[in-house]
Structures are given as structure tokens and as C-alpha cells.
Design a protein around this ligand. Structure first.
Ligand code: ES4
Ligand code: ZN
Length: 336
């Protein structure tokens, strides 16, 4: 795209990226070998890096992707594994012009395999320090809970002493909610989100990715979320759209993700023009960049191809993204 250099240079904030979704296929195979993790032998997809990479281009749905995503992350065992994963992402994000990144991780997917929470956090924090000192990018961690597991599992994880310590010492900025959406509506997680809110944690949740607009409404009303991850279905409800625009609630859109997981057939089918016209705040994000074949700049370029936005519109999108970030005001001023 002719705007590529301009879009690259624009100071960007990324709000929706799962660190486990930035696990490259070479690193996945390297860690599987080094950590002696057996990849499924009955699935020829894991026969080689090539067969796995080509499978990533043929996801049929969110659940089809999640199947491979949870197997992939099973190779992460030691703090250094988590550090390498996050460092790969931070370097790539920085090259794409990201100045501030708020990144998700799924502790339950690791603690359920016997990996201690403290291992995950020490690895990620080592990468975050490097990102700050070597790349000059600020980062925040968002602890996501898996909606396909029992609510009791999320509550138990939330109450764990190490998790509480990471909240109290400010290593975690907020909580999120992810994984399969349709069968697990927001109301199931009211108690978790109330507890997190009482502790001063910021709150967001995946809503309206495969679920309907009503899940966005219940995320906002019942869970107290101040951001909506994806929120693509907001385009289907004009009244809710006006309400979200008026409140300034930000959507963290992931355009390439929605196409790869077959939520829409092309980026042109996303209600981005509608959101711009109605004054809905949104950021543009990569979600699971390795699995979906695109980092943040690829998503910006794809949106530009589809909607031919003006320089003023792009500048405004990035400003709103920085203003809607969960960093301090001093850091925001530096970036604006
Ligand atoms: C996810 Cl694309 C997506 N949707 C829901 N949960 C997720 N976890 C990682 N990627
Ligand atoms: Zn996501």
C-alpha cells in the first residue's frame, strides 16, 4: 500500500494480542524438542513445520483455531520459553511502529499443565524489561480467563496467592476473558469481574467475536468492562452502537483474525466505516499474529486497502488508541 511507510511510522498502541498466539512455528518445534514435549502423533499436521504452517492457513472457525493454539502453547515450560515468546513479539511490534503494547496471556492453559504462574510471569516480565530498555516500548499485561473452563476454575485461579501478588505489585494491569464465546456468555463470569473491579483491576472481555451484539451489551452492563475485545457484532445493533459511541467505550478490532476464522468473508464486510461515521472508538490489532499470518501493520494495511482511509482518519485512530490505553497519563502525553 502507498501509505505503508506512513502507517509504519504512526505511533501505535496495540491492545489485543495473545502472547501465546505469537509463538512462531520454528520456536514451537525448537521448544518441543528441547523440553521433550510430544506433539500429537496421530495428527499428520504436526509431522513438520511446513505441514503445521500450512494448516494455519485453513482454519474453519474459532474452535478449529483454538485446538491448535492450545496444543502449540503446551511446549512452553520454563521462564526462558515465555521470555523468548514475548521478546519475539515485542521486537516485531516495535518494528511495526508500536510504542505501547497491552498483551494478553492465558494462565489457566499453563497452570493446568503444571507450569507455575510465577514461571509465566517471570519470563514475561524479563521480556517486558528488555522491551522498555532496548526498544523503548511500554507494555502492560492483561490476565485472561478461559470461558470454556468451569467458572470455579477461573475463580480458583484468580484467588491463587501468586496471581494476587502479581495484581497487588502492579505487574498485571487488568483481566480479560477469552476462548470459545458462543456457549459461554458474559453473565457466567459476573462474580470474577466484580472481584477484579473491587481490587482496582481494569476489565475487558472478548465479546461479539462469534457471539451476538447482546453479548457486548451484557459484557458492558454485567461485567463492567471498559473495553470490548473484537466487538465486531456491534455493527448489528444500531441502538447499542449509539450507546457505545456516546460512552467512548473502545473496541479492539482484529480484522485479519475475523477473516481467517471465517467470521466475515472479507475485511470490506467489517463495519469499520459505520464505526467511523458513528464516532465509535476502536483500535486495530493482530490477535494471534503467527496463527493468522499478520502483525499489527499488516492489519493496518489490510484495513487501508479495504476502506481507503484518509491520513486524518488514521491519525485520529492512533490518537484514540493511545488515549484509550491503560498506561499512565505521563506516558500518554509522551506518545501523543
Ligand atoms: C483468541 Cl481469536 C481468539 N478468540 C478468542 N479467544 C482467543 N484466545 C486466543 N485467541
Ligand atoms: Zn483475541
Amino acid at each position: 500500500s502507498p501509505l505503508h511507510p506512513f502507517l509504519n511510522k504512526l505511533p501505535k498502541a496495540e491492545h489485543h494480542v495473545h502472547l501465546e498466539g505469537a509463538l512462531s512455528v520454528p520456536l514451537l518445534f525448537e521448544l518441543a524438542s528441547r523440553n521433550n514435549i510430544a506433539l500429537p502423533k496421530d495428527d499428520e499436521v504436526f509431522a513438520s513445520q511446513e505441514t503445521l504452517s500450512s494448516r494455519y492457513k485453513r482454519f474453519t472457525s474459532l474452535d478449529d483455531f483454538l485446538h491448535y493454539y492450545y496444543i502449540g502453547m503446551s511446549v512452553l515450560i520454563h521462564p526462558g520459553d515465555f521470555e523468548a515468546l514475548a521478546w519475539d513479539y515485542f521486537q516485531r511490534a516495535s518494528a511495526d511502529g508500536v510504542h505501547h503494547a497491552e498483551v494478553f496471556f492465558d494462565p489457566q492453559a499453563h497452570t493446568s499443565r503444571g507450569v507455575p504462574y510465577s514461571t509465566i510471569l517471570s519470563g514475561f516480565n524479563a521480556a517486558r524489561s528488555r522491551a522498555q530498555t532496548e526498544l523503548g516500548i511500554s507494555t502492560e499485561l492483561i490476565c485472561c480467563f478461559l470461558r470454556h473452563l468451569p467458572v470455579s476454575d477461573a475463580l480458583k485461579t484468580f484467588d491463587d496467592a501468586d496471581v494476587q501478588a502479581s495484581f497487588a505489585d502492579g505487574h498485571i494491569k487488568g483481566i480479560g476473558l477469552d476462548s470459545s464465546e458462543l456457549e459461554y456468555p458474559p453473565h457466567l463470569f459476573v462474580e470474577l469481574f466484580e472481584k477484579a473491579g473491587r481490587q482496582g483491576l481494569r476489565r475487558t472481555a472478548h465479546c461479539g467475536e462469534e457471539g451476538p451484539a447482546s453479548y457486548i451489551a451484557s459484557g458492558i452492563e454485567l461485567l463492567g468492562i471498559e473495553r470490548v475485545d473484537h466487538g465486531r457484532a456491534l455493527g448489528d445493533d444500531q441502538d447499542l452502537l449509539r450507546q457505545v459511541a456516546a460512552s467512548g467505550t473502545m473496541l479492539t478490532l482484529c480484522p485479519i483474525s475475523n477473516v481467517v476464522l471465517k467470521g466475515v468473508s472479507s475485511i470490506k464486510d467489517l463495519p469499520i466505516r459505520k464505526f467511523l461515521d458513528a464516532g465509535v472508538n476502536f483500535s486495530i490489532n493482530s490477535d494471534d499474529p503467527v496463527y493468522f499470518g499478520g502483525y499489527i501493520l499488516d492489519n493496518y494495511c489490510a484495513v487501508h486497502e479495504a476502506f481507503d482511509l484518509s491520513i486524518a482518519e488514521w491519525t485520529q485512530i492512533c490518537r484514540a488508541g493511545i488515549e484509550g490505553s491503560w498506561c499512565g497519563d505521563a506516558r500518554k502525553s509522551e506518545m501523543l
